[in-house]
Design a protein around this ligand. Structure first.
Ligand code: SAM
Length: 276
């Protein structure tokens, strides 16, 4: 039986199966194993761990995760990749489970046998943010997330007050996890190259996260506040209580959303909940 290391280069495997990227599914492949190995290291150590990978495509990142000693469950929407992934499963000694389906609809607890496991992915651009919000706020809580995004999205996830990129995504991400950019990847690293550069974000969920009602209130506050980010809070938050809500949370209503720290948004969400 051949081993993982005996597999042909990814480009050759794609050609052998006559596979081309489908842009509608956000397909930009990482065919350089040095890059996928680096991502696996950033997600690790993975030896002996179960991991979920979303959107394996031709399996470059999957190979790196298997090499790192992980047991991998992949979920892929594009059935064209099944024969190629099956070849990988054949040499993985039972360490690869393939699930065909839409990750947006997947039950991660089911995929992970109810364990909190790391999620690793080079995410499809069109659904990356929706998947992240699902993993940060949904019922299933991953052990960690190591995710490739468009650089602009990565910057919105890790942004701090005062940054141009600071907004709803930063507040929700940082209320629920520690988030940092751990690697940058130029557009030329992908086949075919996308229009923009990418970056890997590592997210480690906080031990305790705000309860569901607080997260929902936080969503309402940030939607209103950043929906009119140049306006003072007394006006952008008007429908939620405006100046009165701000004062109850000890925040000057003449400030703007982009100046508020995470704790201040959480304070506003608490007061919004108290007011019913
Ligand atoms: N992981 C591969 C790599 O790094 O070369 C492919 C990455 S490509 C950016 C995104 C992959 O996600 C594609 O294989 C695509 O078919 C798959 N995909 C897109 N939408 C999906 C969804 N909703 N659920 C699961 N997979 C999806």
């Amino acid at each position: 039986m051949s081993a993982l290391t005996d597999l042909p280069p990814l480009r050759q495997s794609l050609e052998a199966h006559g596979l081309m990227a489908d842009k509608g599914l956000g397909q930009h492949f990482l065919l350089d194993l040095n890059i996928t190995r680096k991502i696996a290291r950033l997600a690790g150590p993975l030896e002996g761990l179960s991991v979920i990978e979303v959107g394996p495509g031709p399996g470059g990142l999957t190979r790196a995760l298997l090499e790192a000693g992980a047991t991998v469950t992949v979920i892929e929407k594009d059935a064209r990749f099944l024969p190629l992934l099956n070849e990988l499963a054949d040499v993985s000694e039972g360490q690869l489970r393939i699930v065909m389906g839409d990750a947006l609809k997947a039950d991660e607890a089911d995929l992970a046998a109810s364990q909190a496991v790391p999620i690793v992915a080079n995410l499809p651009y069109n659904v990356g943010t929706a998947l992240l919000i699902k993993w940060l706020t949904g019922a299933y809580r991953p052990a960690s997330m190591t995710l490739m995004f468009q650089k602009e999205v990565a910057e919105r996830i890790v942004a701090r007050p005062g940054d141009d990129a600071y907004g709803r995504l930063a507040v929700i991400a940082q209320a629920t996890a520690k988030a940092r950019i751990v690697m940058e990847a130029p557009a030329r690293a992908f086949t075919p190259p996308p229009k923009v550069d990418s970056a890997v974000v590592r997210l480690d969920p906080h031990e305790t996260r705000p309860p569901e009602p607080v997260l929902m209130a936080l969503e309402r506050v940030t939607q209103a506040a950043f929906g009119q980010r140049r306006k003072m809070l007394r006006s952008s938050l008007k429908v939620l209580g405006g100046a009165e809500l701000c004062e109850a949370a000890g925040i000057d209503p003449s400030r703007r959303a982009e100046t508020l720290a995470l704790e201040e948004f959480l304070g506003l969400a608490d007061k919004l909940l108290e007011r019913g």
